[in-house]
Design a binder for this molecule. Structure first.
Ligand SMILES: [Fe+2]
Length: 79
């Protein structure tokens, strides 16, 4: 495998790991939102909910980057 192919493979691996991490963090924040209790639960829970949404958007960005790579590779294939 060429160094260029190795680099592509490593990049895809890192992007997939990044999506996984963002989703895991989003789920953690979502649970913090759901489990917020006490007098400030509404405010604190809302902050965690916002964080969960932000982290999910990060996962979306990584997914879009992977899809861009897939589309680019398909367009470069001989027809
Ligand atoms: Fe993030």
């Amino acid at each position: 495998m060429s160094s260029k192919e190795n680099a592509k493979k490593k990049l895809l691996e890192i992007l997939n790991q990044s999506i996984s991490r963002e989703i895991a963090v989003s789920i953690q924040y979502m649970w913090n939102h759901v489990m917020a209790i006490g007098t400030n639960a509404e405010d604190i829970g809302g902050v965690f909910e916002d964080f969960a949404k932000v982290e999910m958007k990060h996962a979306e960005k990584f997914a879009e980057r992977i899809w861009y790579r897939v589309e680019s590779q398909q367009q470069s294939l001989p027809k």
